[in-house]
Write a protein that binds this ligand. Structure first.
Ligand SMILES: Cc1ncc(COP(=O)(O)O)c(C=O)c1O
Length: 482
C-alpha cells in the first residue's frame, strides 16, 4: 500500500471543487441542492443535500469510470491489496450477486455453504446456476453453524468436478472463519474460482492480527461491506477482484442491474472511508479488538452468558475467529437471543445488531466508546437478574440441514399454490423463509418442508424474530410447488 497516495480522496476532492464553483444546476436531482425541498434540508443539512448531485464530467460516472471515480477505485484496490476494486451502491447484496453472475451461467454448478446470506441464493434464482450445498458443522454447545471444512469442500469438488466456483462466507456473522488459503489452493488446483462473501470482514484488511483476507488468500473475488465495519454510509460496498478476473466483463455484469444514478453521498463515503482505514485502520481496529475482549471478559463474569471467541477454533470448521465480534450465547439464562435483543432495546435503550434463537451479536466498531460497553454489560447483568428463567424446552439449533430437490430458479418460477403452514410438511417450498438479520434462509426455493423446519419457524415467530421472504406477509402460509 502506498501510504502517501492513500492520503488522497479523489471523489471527495472533486465534490469540494464543485461546491466552490457554485454551478447553476439545470440537471437532476430536482431538489436543486435542496432549494426545492426545505424539509429535506432541515433533516439532512445543507452540506449533505449540496453534494447530492448526478454524474457529470468533473465527477465521472460510476457505470464507466474514467477519471475521479476510477482514481478512487484504484486507491481502494491498493488499500485492499486487490487488482481492482468496484465501488458498489446497491449494498453488499449487489457485490455478492455480481460475483456470482460473473462466475456462473445457467446450469453451471457453484459449491456453496448453505448458511449463506439470502443474496447468494437470490443470485442463483436470477442466473439459474445450480448450488452444490456444503452443510456446515454445527457448534455442539451453542448451536451455530460453523465455517466450511476443507475436507467437505474436497468431497464436493471430487463429486462435482464440473463445478465452476467455490463460494465461501468468511467470516460468518458470528465471526467464524474457514481455512481460506487451503480452500483457494484446492479450488484453483481444480480450475475453480473462489468467491468470498466478506461482508463482515472489511477490518481484516487493516489489522494484521486479524484473520487472513480474501485477497491475501488468493481468492478471485470478494464482496466487502464497507458500510459495516469500514465506516462508510449504509448501502455502500466494495467488490474486489484479483488479477485472475476480467475486470471489463465484471463491470458489464455490474451494469446489468446497477442504477444509472449512483449517489455521490455513497461514492464519496467509500472514498473517505477507504482513506480513513488506510491511514488509521490498524490503530482503530487494535482498539476495537481491545474493547471487544474487555466486553467478553466482563460478560462472561456475569455468569450464565457465554461470550465466545477463539477457543471455538478447532483447526477445521472454525479455523480462525474474528475477535472484534461480540457474539453471546444466551440460552443458559432461559432467554432466546431475540428476547434479550428486545429487552435491551425496550428496557435499556440499547440497540444491538441481532438476536436469534440462542445468541445475540453486539457489533463493536471504530465508533464505540468504553462507557457504552459498560452500559451494555450492566444491562446484560440486569436482564439476567430480572428475567432469567428455566431453559427447559428451548430450541438451540440455528441450522437445520435442508433436503434439496430442485434448483432455486426452477422452484421459484414453478407452478405453485399457497397453503397454511400446517399443511406444507413434505411439500417443496418455492420461496424463502428467514429471520432478518442474519438473513440466512431457514427455507429456500427447492427445499422440502419438514416438521423440524416448521417447528423452527413457529418458535422463531413466537419468540419475536422478525421474519421475511414469503409472499404472505404474516408468514402463516407458504408457497409450495403444485
Ligand atoms: C454475510 C452477508 N452477506 C451479504 C450481506 C448483504 O449486505 P447488504 O445488506 O449490504 O446488502 C449481508 C447483510 O447483512 C450479510 O450478512
Amino acid at each position: 500500500m502506498d501510504f502517501e497516495k492513500q492520503k488522497r480522496a479523489p471523489v471527495y476532492e472533486a465534490l469540494e471543487r464543485l461546491r466552490r464553483q457554485r454551478v447553476v444546476p439545470f440537471d437532476v436531482p430536482g431538489h436543486k441542492r435542496g432549494r426545492g425541498n426545505p424539509e429535506l434540508v432541515r433533516l439532512l443539512g445543507e452540506q449533505c443535500v449540496g453534494i447530492d448531485v448526478n454524474s457529470m464530467k468533473p465527477l465521472d460516472n460510476l457505470c464507466h469510470p474514467v477519471s475521479v471515480i476510477l482514481e478512487a477505485e484504484n486507491l481502494a484496490a491498493d488499500a485492499f491489496g486487490a487488482a481492482h476494486a468496484f465501488f458498489m451502491v446497491g449494498g453488499t447484496t449487489s457485490a455478492v450477486q455480481s460475483m456470482i453472475l460473473s462466475a456462473c451461467k445457467a446450469g453451471q454448478k457453484l459449491i456453496v455453504p448453505r448458511n449463506v446470506h439470502k443474496s447468494v441464493i437470490n443470485a442463483l434464482v436470477l442466473c439459474g446456476a445450480v448450488p452444490v450445498y456444503v452443510n456446515p458443522d454445527v457448534e455442539p454447545r451453542i448451536g451455530i453453524a460453523l465455517g466450511m471444512e476443507l475436507s467437505q469442500v474436497e468431497q464436493a469438488i471430487n463429486e462435482n468436478p464440473d463445478a465452476v466456483a467455490v463460494f465461501v462466507n468468511n467470516p460468518t456473522y458470528y465471526g467464524i472463519c474457514s481455512d481460506l488459503r487451503a480452500i483457494v489452493k484446492l479450488a484453483h488446483a481444480h480450475g475453480m474460482q473462489v468467491l468470498v462473501d466478506e461482508a463482515h470482514g472489511t477490518h481484516f484488511y487493516f489489522q494484521e492480527k486479524l484473520p487472513v483476507t480474501a485477497m491475501e488468500a488468493g481468492a478471485d473475488m470478494a464482496a466487502v461491506s464497507m458500510h459495516k465495519s469500514g465506516g462508510s454510509l449504509t448501502q455502500s460496498s466494495l467488490l474486489l477482484l484479483n488479477h485472475s478476473v476480467n475486470e471489463g466483463y465484471v463491470r458489464q455484469i455490474i451494469n446489468l442491474t446497477q442504477t444509472t444514478s449512483a449517489s455521490y453521498l455513497l461514492i464519496s463515503s467509500l472514498d473517505i472511508s477507504r482513506r480513513n482505514l488506510a491511514l488509521r485502520g490498524s490503530e482503530s481496529f487494535a482498539k476495537v479488538m481491545g474493547i471487544a475482549e474487555y466486553a467478553r471478559t466482563e460478560i462472561n463474569e456475569i455468569g450464565g452468558y457465554y461470550a465466545y471467541s477463539s477457543e471455538l477454533c478447532n483447526g477445521t470448521s472454525c479455523f480462525a475467529f474474528d475477535v472484534t465480534k461480540l457474539s453471546v450465547y444466551t440460552r443458559e439464562i432461559g432467554l432466546a437471543g431475540i428476547e434479550v435483543y428486545d429487552l435491551l432495546r425496550d428496557e435499556y435503550d440499547i440497540q444491538i445488531e441481532f438476536g436469534d434463537i440462542g445468541n445475540i451479536l453486539a457489533y463493536i466498531s471504530i465508533g464505540d466508546r468504553m462507557q457504552d460497553i459498560e452500559r451494555l454489560v450492566g444491562a446484560l447483568a440486569d436482564i439476567k437478574r430480572l428475567y432469567a428463567k428455566d431453559n427447559t424446552g428451548m430450541l438451540s439449533l440455528e441450522y437445520i440441514p435442508p433436503k434439496v430437490v430442485a434448483t432455486p430458479q426452477e422452484a421459484f418460477y414453478a407452478d405453485k399454490e399457497m397453503l397454511p403452514l400446517s399443511q406444507t410438511a413434505g411439500r417443496i417450498c418455492s420461496e424463502f423463509v428467514m429471520c432478518y438479520p442474519p438473513g440466512i434462509p431457514i427455507l429456500a426455493p427447492g427445499e422440502i418442508i419438514t416438521e423440524d423446519i416448521l417447528q423452527y419457524i413457529r418458535y422463531a415467530k413466537e419468540k419475536g424474530c422478525s421474519m421475511q421472504g414469503t409472499e404472505d406477509p404474516e408468514i402463516e402460509h407458504l408457497n409450495v410447488l403444485r
